[in-house]
Design a protein around this ligand. Sequence first.
Ligand code: DOR
Ligand code: ZN
Length: 345
Amino acid sequence: MTDSLTIRRPDDWHVHLRDGAMLEAVVGHTARQFARAIVMPNLTPPVTTVAAAQAYRERIIAALPEGADFTPLMTCYLTNNTDPDEVRRGFEAGVFTACKLYPAGATTNSDSGVTDVANIRGVLEVMAEIGMVLCVHGEVTSADVDIFDREAVFIERTLAPLLKGLPDLKVVFEHLTSEEGVQFVESAGANVAATITPQHLHINRNAMLVGGMRPHAYCLPVAKREKHRLALRRAATSGSPKFFLGTDSAPHAREAKESACGCAGIFNAPFALESYLSVFEDEGAIDHFEGFASENGPRFYGLPMNEDRVTLERAQTEVPEAIKADGTQLVPFHAGEKLRWRFLG
Ligand code: DOR
Ligand code: ZN
């Protein structure tokens, strides 16, 4: 039995670091485990320009704890009016690493998102030309589509036709949650990959709804039936280079989650690696963990791999019921549970 695991330092290819006091409270958790992270642009107002991304990057760096070695990789929030030249300029200047497509209304702060991908055709053509990654929140928003089907319908109605028209566009299907999503990514070309969160590997929709409504298990896309969780576990641990780590850590104050209209998002940054590693161990795939956590992401993004190493040891980690932040509390993923790995750094 492996009692200690040393791997190339991982990156988080999808995280919400927020802004202001919440940024200060959460960024250290991500920087402790990860060398780099793809930072989501869904602030209010959203990060839609090179100047806004540069300023946000500076605020993130200023909020890092003393001595942290962490590089935020910035993304451009696409709207119906995004200027292709702004995207090209930001990418060429090394400010934007990727663009983020939020279908309008799909999730937190997505109101300024895209109402029809036809509206961003010019942007997507430029991205395909310069080899820039499109990060996709893959859910339709039509009222007539059941929330548990929104990912599968997005593939059918939006993503498959989009890739037919732009077959070279690099796409990361973010926070994959369904068997249909796994099948789509597996059968697509090498230019299509996906991130998978820890929560979608651990929980199915029962965690949200059995024995009472559990807002801390609610995120978007929502956790689905057990067969989808199993498909995600198979994909993540398979060794395929198309799947990599993206926590989607999305902190919301406790009172905003425990509310008549609770916010979507799970704060998993503090124990992300411990959480993922237990899944790989249970699936008998510890030897594929480094690829998922540290190699497949940089390879897909065309970035160098990290050269330093981190170690996890087999030791009980108690996850606190809550973590203080911004004058309130954040309830972390696995709150009150004991995990069987510990991140040593
Ligand atoms: O659960 C989620 N929370 N999903 C998202 O897509 C956005 C995120 C947030 O920003 O809170
Ligand atoms: Zn997200």
